[in-house]
Design a protein around this ligand. Structure first.
Ligand code: ADP
Length: 494
């Protein structure tokens, strides 16, 4: 049966997906939340990257609008005001009404003020050397034209329209043409800039679209991979559990069959009158007693496990002296330990504070550890039990530690994460046909946790194992109450 179990254990993880399955099986206690957390983290990171990209595109588009589109708009206004300045001068030339001439001259001056403002604004915005150069040229050409325009206006207002026309034809037309060309040049520059920036924005938004598609793809792939991994690890977990339960049923049947066979053959011998004499009868009686005790312990452990799983266990927590718990355990296991010639080295630090717990539950917890130490000690016949106070960094407080140490076969590093799982049995112990149900450590761990503590293990193959029960220390007042009702601890006892 053990051979079959071993084969079944190997068979589940065989095939091409085996390494991945092993990883999934190892990660299974944390898989769903861990995987989802990683996916969430990755998607958030990529999402942030895309948001940054979108933001950059947005800023680029805004810059383009502010730089080129608004610039083009300003140049349009400038061109209009320049034309307005010239147009008003023309109107002044074409009328003989002095009032109208005055009004047109004012209109021309107002327009040229706006042009000057526009040119200054343009120069303030200009960044590129060529832009600045054209801007300065425009400023110069415009003031050149204004000089002629002022002379023309003065002649008109003095009544010499003919002279004004001559002045305009000679100086005004060519200088205005220069201004017009400058404005054309500036407009061309803006056009160039606008199309360049438009191309940039188009490229950035194209890039963003690709990235967005990438993110969606990655998200979809990651989400599918996670769902697949979660489903697979759940399936593996279910298969593993079913397998462990089958192994458990096989182990329990085996554990029951052996003592039952002994009891049955002893009973047969007695019934058939094959047992003669008081001594022989006594031996048979004690053999039956032993086997009954084994069966009772097995059944008790299974019942305890079932009640723990159903949350039916009601523990009575009270301050307990550590030595009292250890003595109770040693009393319970004395027969087993002495029978096979084990030495138990017992070291309890003097003046230990009390722990809060249920005496029978804690005894059961330590008893499971001692029974394991006995079962898995191999040739070594030594078990060490220590109790001491430890400054726990993790819990940032003091705690009591009770360790059960053996110098036996030790535990494989790969099996360490599983030994506290219900029904789990190590491959080596199954190969060695050492009997068990795979419930001892799971029970011990549940009890430790129910007492507000933990159970940890350090082990090395062929060197041995140290199981440590960590228990919180009871407040001083409660501890004093307990010491009144119980006898004091001896110092170190060996
Ligand atoms: P069981 O002893 O019935 O198999 P446990 O839950 O008590 O079940 O232990 C689970 C597994 O942990 C064991 O099958 C064994 O592989 C390993 N183990 C527990 N205690 C020891 C120990 N002291 N030394 C070596 N291996 C151990």
């Amino acid at each position: 049966m053990n051979g079959q179990n071993k084969r079944a254990r190997k068979g589940t993880l065989a095939g091409p997906a085996a390494p991945l399955d092993r990883v999934l099986a190892l990660a299974s206690p944390y898989n769903s939340s861990l995987l989802l957390l990683i996916v969430f983290f990755l998607v958030t990171m990529v999402g942030l990257f895309v948001i940054r990209d979108l933001h950059a595109t947005n800023v680029e588009a805004q810059k383009m609008y502010a730089g080129s589109v608004q610039g083009l708009q300003r140049i349009g206004e400038l061109q209009y005001e320049v034309q307005e300045t010239r147009r008003s001068t023309f109107y002044a030339l074409t009328t003989n009404d002095s009032n109208l001439q005055l009004e047109y001259a004012d209109q021309s001056r107002e327009a040229d003020r706006l042009v000057n403002e526009g040119i200054s604004e343009y120069l303030r915005q200009a960044r590129m050397p060529h832009e600045i150069e054209v801007g300065r040229r425009l400023q110069l050409d415009w003031s050149g034209y204004l000089g002629v325009r002022n002379e023309v206006l003065a002649s008109i207002l003095e009544g010499s329209t003919k002279e004004a026309v001559n002045l305009d034809l000679k100086g005004g037309v060519p200088s205005f043409e220069r201004v017009r060309q400058d404005l054309q040049e500036i407009k061309r520059l803006y056009d160039e800039q606008a199309s360049q920036q438009l191309a940039n924005v188009a490229a950035t938004s194209r890039r963003t679209i690709f990235r967005l598609i990438g993110v969606l793809g990655i998200t979809l792939a990651l989400a599918s991979a996670s769902v697949w991994a979660i489903q697979r690890s759940k399936m593996l977990g279910a298969i593993q559990l079913a397998k462990l339960q089958m192994e458990f049923v096989a182990s329990v049947s085996h554990e029951l069959r052996t003592p039952l066979a002994v009891i049955s053959s002893a009973a047969d011998n007695i019934a058939d009158g094959l047992v003669g004499g008081k001594d022989q009868l006594k031996r048979y009686g004690s053999a039956i007693q032993n086997q009954c005790r084994q069966i009772t312990e097995l059944v008790n452990q299974i019942l305890l496990f079932a009640s723990t799983k159903e949350g039916k266990n009601r523990y009575t927590l009270r301050p307990l002296q550590v030595s009292r718990i250890i003595d109770a355990v040693l009393d319970n296991t004395a027969e087993l330990v002495q029978e096979i010639g084990f030495v138990i080295e017992r070291r309890i630090e003097s003046g230990l504070p009390c722990v809060m717990g249920d005496l029978s539950a804690l005894s059961q917890c330590l008893q499971n550890l001692i029974v394991n130490a006995v079962k898995y000690s191999g040739e070594s016949r030594w078990i060490g039990i220590r109790a001491f106070v430890h400054d726990s960094e993790e819990r940032s407080c003091k705690e009591i530690r009770i360790t059960v140490q053996d110098r036996g076969m030790g535990i494989d590093r790969l099996e360490m994460p599983h030994i506290f799982e219900p029904f789990y049995r190590g491959a080596a112990v199954m190969a060695a046909q050492i009997h068990g149900t795979g419930l001892g450590l799971s029970l011990a761990k549940s009890i430790a946790e129910a007492m507000g503590g933990t159970l940890s293990v350090v082990s090395e193959l062929a060197v041995g194992s140290i199981f440590t029960l960590h228990l919180p220390i009871v407040e001083k007042q409660e501890s004093e109450m307990a010491s009144v009702t119980s006898k004091p601890d001896p110092s170190i006892r060996t």
